[in-house]
Design a protein around this ligand. Structure first.
Ligand code: G1P
Length: 293
């Protein structure tokens, strides 16, 4: 069975929900505590043993490339000052084998994936949407690692899901389940952001996938709707052929493409920080008392 060694991170959105900061700063560089969101996604990949990564960016995103390159002057200075811990932190982002490709036309998620085709060929690949952070629970290896294991043992494309209810159902791709075996679901159909009454189940697609390389030829046949081509359409085709699996993740998930989700990710990451966690915890408790009053 083929191994999953490559990944695509589509990160070419304009970040209009975060204007004005995204005028000059690409959205994947927005920090959660002290790291840009895209670095957390790279770490999820590293935990899964995947280090060959293609980031699909919008034009003018060179600063992301700089983040994953050496910063020679800074490094020299940190060594000279004996600040080896900080030197290691600065060097950490150079350990990824990362390539960049521009998505020149905003033609949807399927369009972004097609931009990376020449780097993937017909290999299977992990797909991680840049707007979602998935942080494993204590001891866990993370969502993409679980999907990789399922692909490598079955040879079938696999997507991550979470349970949603009420109005949230219409915010996500939604799956119909044919069978379930040991936590792995066989998907029968998919609908993109259905009205609650049209939902097939309470299982929503989140932004983590491991896809077989055959998806590229399927994406190329898609007809655009509202000038975009939708990955979901090809996933539905795979599902109807009995070639799509799904698995519910236990990881903590933050939608950092949304202002409230972004702030929650920052607060929770700060609470876990050995450096400032205690101070932030006391502050959050004090703040809760104050706003309750
Ligand atoms: C995309 C997918 C959707 C999925 C969602 C997860 O939608 O099309 O199926 O549920 O990501 O975040 P978007 O949020 O890009 O509109």
């Amino acid at each position: 069975m083929k191994k999953v060694t490559k990944a695509i991170i589509p990160a070419a959105g304009l970040g209009t929900r975060f204007l004005p900061i995204t005028k000059a700063l690409p959205k994947p560089m927005l920090p959660v505590l002290d790291k840009p969101t895209v670095q957390y996604i790279m770490e999820e990949l590293k935990n899964a043993g995947i280090d060959d990564v293609i980031i699909v960016v919008s034009p003018g995103s060179e600063i992301i490339e700089r983040h994953f390159s050496a910063a020679q002057e800074l490094e020299k200075r940190l060594i000279a000052d004996g600040k080896t811990e900080l030197y290691d932190i600065a060097r950490e982002t150079c350990s990824f084998k990362v390539k960049f490709v521009e998505q020149k036309v905003a033609n949807g998620l399927a369009g972004a994936i097609l931009c990376a085709e020449k780097y993937i060929g017909d290999e299977p690949f992990a797909l991680l949407l840049g707007d979602e952070l998935l942080i494993p629970k204590e001891g866990g290896k993370g969502c993409i690692s679980a999907l990789k294991n399922i692909y490598e043992s079955t040879g079938k494309s696999v997507i991550a899901t979470m349970e949603v209810f009420g109005d949230d159902v219409s915010k996500y791709g939604n799956i119909g389940i044919k069978n379930e075996n040991d936590g792995v679901m066989e998907v029968g159909a998919i609908v993109e952001k259905p009205a609650l009454s049209d939902a097939l189940s309470n299982n929503a697609i989140i932004g983590r996938y491991v896809l077989d390389g055959k998806i590229f030829s399927m994406l190329k046949t898609l007809k655009p709707r509202n000038n975009e081509i939708y990955l979901t359409d090809s996933l539905d085709e795979l599902a109807k052929r009995g070639e799509l699996l799904a698995c519910t993740t236990e990881d903590y998930r933050y939608d950092v493409g949304d202002k409230a989700g972004y702030i929650k990710a920052n607060v929770e990451t700060a609470l876990k920080s050995p450096e400032i966690g205690e101070e932030i915890k006391n502050y959050v408790i004090e703040l809760a008392e104050r706003i309750k009053a």
